[in-house]
Design a protein around this ligand. Structure first.
Ligand code: PMV
Length: 335
């Protein structure tokens, strides 16, 4: 048995479009920061007495529920990968809890599959390094889970099955950035990101986005290294708009933004004119992630909370990556 905790992450350069759905390989590299307040904690117990896997998910604000259908299937398929690596047939009980709303564009699947990967690997008695854990989390189908494994600021490379892993490009204490999630909608999204990753290529703007990305990735990497919010912020916004423009022009098109999303974007632009260095980005959901430096975090949080269309906020600093909290396998090793 083992328990692991993993953060959600917010991408500054988005992963959009999957070129290999079997191995979950992206068309482009991406860069993110881990969120220290949006966490999933997962316990995996391999039990020879279990006839089948049992998956119990406790979503934010809801009682624990036994997962059914596709949600259960994705967890079981990932356990199968780890069982194959460990050479064990044993079924497992999985218990998972979230500190934030799932399926609303706050990377709940990234945190969930990173935590599941670390807990199941430790519970199966396997010893894998961060690179291997990140590749394995990527293969879960939620590619961005690979970026929730390493610490702080993270880049996920566009490579083959071996070359496509994520690594830390700066530790959390390199630069105190904050991400305040302005929650405007907690309903489950209509089209999951897996489906849209397959459709991305149907947008006439997809190739243009891919052509732009090498230079934008370099610029984001440099802005992080130089702790330059005035350079990083506009790049984050451009990339979010580019990803959503592709999404809105896919066949069939998909819209994650709603009127509240647009209103928060407008408010952030107005505050910027008044000297608040805050920038927005959106994942596959309507909620707006507002990025600023740590010294403006409380001010930005209060401004967002005062907007009538914002239901609540979640204020995050840059956080560590996924880690095992408690593992019977690790205890056995040290004895
Ligand atoms: O990893 P997935 O399949 O949940 O897709 C993530 C897609 C975005 O959140 C929109 C972008 C990203 O890079 O996190």
């Amino acid at each position: 048995m083992a328990t692991a905790i993993a953060p959600a992450n917010i991408a500054f350069i988005k992963y959009w479009g999957m070129r290999d759905t079997h191995a979950t390989l992206p068309y482009n590299g991406s860069i993110s920061m881990n969120l220290d307040a949006c966490l999933t904690t997962t316990t995996v117990l391999f039990d020879p007495n279990l006839p089948d896997d049992e998956v119990v998910l406790a979503f934010y604000g809801q009682a624990p529920q036994t997962a059914q259908g596709r949600a259960r299937e994705r967890v079981v398929q990932h356990l199968d990968r780890i069982r194959a690596l460990a050479g064990i047939p044993t079924r497992a009980r999985v218990d998972s809890t979230n500190t934030f709303p799932a399926d609303a564009g706050i990377a709940s699947s990234a945190a969930g599959f990173a935590a599941l990967t670390l807990a199941a690997v430790a519970a199966a008695g396997l010893h894998l390094d961060t690179y291997e854990l990140s590749r394995l989390a990527r293969r879960s189908g939620s590619g961005s889970a690979s970026r929730s494994v390493p610490t702080g600021y993270v880049e996920w490379y566009n490579g083959d099955d071996v070359g496509s892993y994520a690594e830390s490009i700066a530790a959390p204490d390199h630069w105190h950035l904050a991400n305040i999630v302005a929650v405007v909608d907690t309903s489950v999204k209509k089209v999951g990101s897996a489906e849209n990753h397959r459709l991305a290529v149907t947008s006439p703007y997809f190739q243009t986005r891919l052509d732009e990305l090498p230079a934008r990735l370099d610029a984001v990497r440099e802005a992080i290294a130089q702790r330059d919010i005035a350079r990083l912020g506009p790049l984050i916004e451009v990339d979010a708009i580019s990803m959503h423009a592709v999404c809105m022009t896919q066949v069939p098109p998909s819209f994650y933004w709603n009127a509240a999303t647009m209103a928060v974007m407008e408010a952030v632009r107005t505050w910027r004119e008044q000297g608040v260095q805050a920038y927005y980005t959106m994942d596959a959901g309507a909620n707006v992630h507002v990025i600023c430096e740590g010294h403006q975090r409380d001010e930005v949080n209060h401004l967002l909370q005062a907007l009538p269309i914002v239901q609540f906020t979640i204020a995050n600093n840059v956080g560590p990556g996924a880690r095992v909290l408690d593992s019977a396998a690790l205890v056995t090793d040290t004895n």
